[in-house]
Design a protein around this ligand. Structure first.
Ligand code: BES
Ligand code: MN
Ligand code: ZN
Length: 484
């Protein structure tokens, strides 16, 4: 989507729909008044009045979008309204939108543009025969604003976030025959062009480091496991202590020898959603030149059944030195995270670690598909995450980590086992990861198994499929709390 900020005198291009975002109680004029009288349009949030008529501005169609009450109309409201208008006309054959907001606020204009970027995301590279009438035709937008230069400047940072979200969505959408660990790592390496420093470790280096848990998961795959390390040094002091994000990157999760049922297994290409979110975040931070030092570490593996795959009952030694009895090879994400987290702590000594993972089906049972689960040993870090979650409408809910459940993962023959009983499955998974957090380092785990992929019930700014959940939330937390 090509975005342009223009003053109201700017000419309207051909094949343009005028999008008028209006507040509740708006009284329309002329032909629009007639349409309003013949409908129930009052400007309530989510209402759309679609007029196939010429407007004085030269637009050949007018879409009036309700934005609700003035005090409830904010940046998210502007994104939502612009995105809804895009969906209303995207297949019409028209080529552009001209967006008129209820105020001249520069920030609202920039967020309307962000809404259009997020709404127009599509993963269509493997469609060779899609009928022309099913392909979106709207490719450009003009946003009307009194000070176009100021709006463009306000949009620069948001455009980087939109790009980061799109990058994460692309990674999650790719099938596992295309996006295996080495290919994921190559795509991360290519981000050096943004100014990120990227290192990729292979199995030989990880063996040297003693990452027996991560390597055990990838052992049954013909694809080589990888650890990708991204660094963004945006603080004035390049050596200042960084903050760190760690992602689960299981490019495909068959369950391994503890194999999953066939039905729905194809969904498990998304099991690298945590790694994709970390990568998208690093993309956004580099893209907007964030003033902070950040490390992103992602463990990339494929979990396959094979003659060489790890068996239930195997004992692996993690990089931390702790041993794990692998009761169920399908509880692999926590094994990958354990070594990635140890590596991140020991090498970078960060201020905190936030890890993201499509970790458990149990979190979907607990919280459904809209809320991610937050598990943490630190109230301040949790509150920062929850504040950012609210601001960006990427919902998050803090879950308990009761110490008495930790016994469930004690093993009779090793330091721990990788699964507890079924009850409280997302909690024991978090308690497992916590055993790898050293010296009570502030740490949070986001279980995004429900939110990384949207099956139905698309929202205007997040079409069905990969959501890119986490990029906006974490970018916001970094911007509001850790940049200076
Ligand atoms: N990747 C899955 C989690 C998952 C399951 C995400 C369903 C989305 C939908 C994870 O690796 C897994 O298989 N977890 C098991 C853990 C169990 C064996 C303790 C699960 O949730 O069933
Ligand atoms: Mn699994
Ligand atoms: Zn998994």
């Amino acid at each position: 989507m090509e975005i342009e900020f223009v003053a109201s005198g700017a000419p309207t291009p051909a094949k343009t729909a005028l999008v008028r975002i209006v507040l509740e109680g708006a009284v329309l004029e002329g032909a629009q008044a007639q349409a309003q009288a013949a409908s129930r349009f009052t400007g309530q949030k989510g209402q759309i009045l679609d007029l196939l008529a010429q407007d004085a501005s030269g637009a050949v169609r007018v879409v009036v979008v309700g934005a609700g009450k003035p005090d409830g109309f904010d940046a998210l409201g502007a994104e939502h309204a612009a995105a809804s208008a895009y969906h209303a006309v995207k297949l019409s054959g028209l080529e552009a939108l001209r967006v008129e907001l209820p105020s001249q606020d520069v920030n609202l204009a920039a967020h309307a543009a962000l809404g259009l970027r997020l709404a127009s995301y599509r993963f269509d590279k493997y469609r060779t025969k899609e009928a022309a009438e099913k392909k979106p035709t709207v490719k450009a937008a003009q946003i009307l604003v009194a000070d176009p230069d100021a709006a463009l400047a306000a949009f620069a940072g948001l455009a980087a976030v939109a790009d980061g979200v799109a990058f994460a969505r692309d990674l999650v959408s790719e099938p596992a025959n295309i996006l295996y660990p080495a290919e994921f790592a190559r795509r991360v390496k290519a981000l050096e062009s943004l100014g990120l420093e990227v290192e990729v470790l292979g199995e030989a280096e990880m063996t040297e480091l003693g990452m027996g848990a991560l390597l055990g998961v990838g052992q049954g795959s013909v694809r080589e496991s990888q650890l990708a390390i991204m660094r963004w040094k945006g603080a004035d002091d390049k050596d200042a202590q960084p903050i760190a994000f760690v992602g689960k990157g299981v490019c495909f999760d068959t369950g391994g020898i503890s194999i999953k049922p066939a039905d729905g297994m194809e969904d498990m290409k998304f099991d690298m959603g945590g790694a994709a979110a970390v990568t998208g975040l690093m993309y956004a931070l580099a893209g907007r030149k964030a003033k902070v030092n950040v490390v992103g570490v992602i463990g990339l593996v494929e979990n396959m059944p094979d003659g060489n795959a790890q068996r239930p009952g195997d004992v692996v030694t993690t990089m931390s030195g702790q041993t794990v009895e692998v009761i169920n090879t399908d509880a692999e994400g926590r094994l990958v995270l354990a070594d990635a987290i140890t590596y991140t702590q020991q090498r970078f000594k960060p201020k905190f670690i936030v890890n993201l993972a499509t970790l458990t089906g149990a979190i979907i049972v607990s919280l459904g598909m809209d809320l991610a689960g937050l598990f943490s040993n630190n109230d301040e870090l949790s509150q920062n995450l929850l504040d950012a979650s609210t601001a960006e409408a990427e919902p998050l809910w803090r879950m308990p980590m009761p110490a008495q459940y930790d016994r469930n993962i004690d093993s009779p023959i090793a330091d721990m086992k990788n699964v507890g009983a079924r009850p409280g499955g997302s909690i024991t998974a978090a308690l497992f990861i916590q055993r790898f957090v050293e010296n009570n380092l502030p740490w949070a785990h986001l279980d995004i198994a429900g939110t990384a992929w949207r099956k139905n019930g698309a929202v205007p700014t997040s079409p069905e499929g990969a959501t890119g959940y986490g990029v906006r939330l974490l970018n916001r937390m970094v911007a509001d709390k850790y940049e200076g």
